[in-house]
Design a protein around this ligand. Structure first.
Ligand code: GLC
Ligand code: CA
Length: 521
């Protein structure tokens, strides 16, 4: 199989503008990332998802692409990107770029051409109504608004997200208006081919695949999303033919659909029906010492999707966070996050660690919006490396940082946590090492839920594979000691323990509060 590296891949998501600034202009860049590749490896991650790095006016942090073929000058050059791929591959690491297929910046040449009154190659690249005064009578699924006025062309252009992000035209599953084209019309077909060309360009340069932005949004009026799924199957066929090694992960949040569309993996997200938020981000999250949370609904849905995913060899990824949601530290403290990582790094699927979560970076509530972040800005602050200027992120004068640093005095940093045996970072490093060493914990090894009752602790599951046998994972995020009916064989071995080990009695185990134990049977 071409994607064997996914079996033990562990991803690190880098928000490029906030990771490491190599030339003191106050903004992170590709050379900065290259400098930190060894750190990422030390954390235990062997793959990277890089948020958009393409030329952009940055109205939405680069999710508004102006030129798909050019690295944004503030991050470096295409040559730097090539070097990043090379340096990563030299270390046996893989790099996924962020592909934004649903929309471009309004500043993109395609959109400027498409806005002209005369017909040209780009006329049907976007979705235009046939009259500036008309908008469809009913709301169209996956169209968030219209750009109206300011164009020669007499029509309104559909928008995919913010108003500066006109929607690319992949057609409509159901056409209700004369200006709505169907998926197989010439315009939508040309958009599809344009996207394939973009993929070819970066894959030829050394990129290993893509995280696909808003993958569920492409075909409009597609109520059950079957046309969007079909569209992605076409992209999958193209990749299988020309780039069988390329790996695709979707921002979709519904693995039953995305994996059917041919994605290798999908994320559980802060939106969508997965109940992912129940774990770490609701008012009483399951992974809090308060012990008032519930993970049962989450697991009910997870098991259903897992069953479907397994049939197609797909992977469900449970990320620590991402650039769109509040950080783990918003609701949880360092101790609680250690149990979170014991969970994230013992579940099947490919783990994704959002930069800074491994040191427990704070969510900066209420800070001023930067580059269309709004409340997301608080999860996008500069990485904290050490105690030097700007926490080691940049040597620019502090007032020149493009986004503010966590101002708290005791903000965590990499240097301190590396020295401390019991820090969150050291815990994450130990957990990634244990995951790598034990085939039963690898991404595709078996998973069996053993105990997850409504509003109750502990959470117990088994990971196994033929090579190694099974590992029972017992997690008790609550601060109370709990008991459960469970027999562990005499000759089992604890391979990870945090917060106290299990006590065994007659067919019962006693699980200390705030503890995580992995038992090899
Ligand atoms: C995705 C991205 C988000 C962006 C949006 C529009 O949800 O993760 O950051 O703003 O799409 O592209
Ligand atoms: Ca820089």
């Amino acid at each position: 199989m071409a994607h064997e590296w996914l079996d033990d891949a562990c991803f690190y998501e880098i928000y490029p503008q906030s990771f490491c600034d190599s030339n003191s202009d106050g903004i992170g860049d590709l050379r900065g990332i290259i400098r930190k590749l060894d750190y990422i490896l030390d954390v235990g991650c062997n793959a990277i998802w890089l948020n958009p790095v393409f030329d952009s006016p940055f109205v939405d942090a680069g999710y508004d692409v102006r030129d798909y073929y050019r690295i944004a000058p503030r991050y470096g050059t295409n040559e730097d990107m090539k070097r990043l791929f090379r340096e990563a591959h030299r270390r046996d690491m893989h790099v996924l770029l962020d592909l934004v297929p649903g929309h471009t910046s309004a500043d993109c040449k395609w959109f400027k051409e498409s806005s002209k009154a005369e017909k040209n190659e780009y006329t049907d690249r976007y979705i235009w109504t046939d009259n500036i005064w008309s908008e469809p009578a009913n709301k169209v699924k996956n169209i968030t608004g219209y750009v109206r006025g300011g164009t020669e062309r007499n029509g309104a252009a559909a928008v995919n997200f913010f108003s500066a992000q006109p929607a690319l035209n992949y057609g409509f599953a159901r056409t209700d208006e004369p200006w709505q084209q169907s998926v197989d019309d010439k315009g939508p077909r040309a958009t599809r081919e344009a996207l394939k060309d973009i993929m070819r360009f970066w894959l030829d340069m050394g990129c290993d695949g893509f995280r696909v932005d808003m993958a569920m949004s492409l075909v409009k009026n597609d109520d059950d999303q079957s046309a969007t799924i079909k569209l992605w199957q076409d992209f999958r066929d193209f990749l299988d033919r020309e780039y069988p090694e390329a790996v695709m992960v979707s921002e979709w949040g519904e693995p039953d659909k995305s994996l059917a569309g041919g994605f290798h993996m999908d994320f559980l997200l802060h939106f969508g029906p997965s109940n992912y938020l129940d774990l770490f981000r609701v008012d009483n999250p399951y992974f809090s010492r308060d012990g008032k949370g519930d993970a049962a609904v989450f697991f009910e849905k997870y098991m259903r999707n897992k069953h479907l995913a397994d049939k197609g060899d797909g992977l469900i990824c449970i990320p620590s966070g991402n650039h769109d949601m509040v950080r783990l530290a918003h609701k949880l403290d360092m101790e609680e996050m250690k149990i979170v990582f014991a969970f994230l790094l013992s579940m099947p699927g490919v783990p994704f660690i959002y930069y800074g979560d491994e040191i427990g970076m704070n969510y900066l509530e209420g800070i001023k919006s930067v580059e269309g972040g709004y409340e997301r800005t608080g999860s996008r602050s500069p990485m904290q490396w050490n105690h030097s200027t700007n926490a080691g992120f940049s040597t620019a004068p502090p007032e020149e940082l493009y986004i503010m640093l966590d101002p708290s005095e005791n903000r965590p940093n990499v240097e301190d946590e590396l020295k401390e045996e019991d820090s969150l970072l050291s815990t994450v490093m130990e957990l990634t090492r244990i995951r790598a060493e034990h085939p039963s914990l690898h991404n595709r090894s078996n998973f069996r839920l053993l105990h997850c009752e409504k509003n109750s602790y502990p959470l117990v599951y088994e990971r196994s594979c033929d090579k190694e046998g099974s590992i029972v994972v017992v997690l008790n995020p609550s601060d109370k000691t709990v008991e459960m009916d469970f027999s562990l064989p005499e000759n089992c071995k604890t391979i990870y323990t945090h917060g106290g080990s299990l006590k065994r009695g007659n067919g019962i185990i006693e699980v200390p509060g705030a503890s995580a134990n992995f038992i090899l049977i």
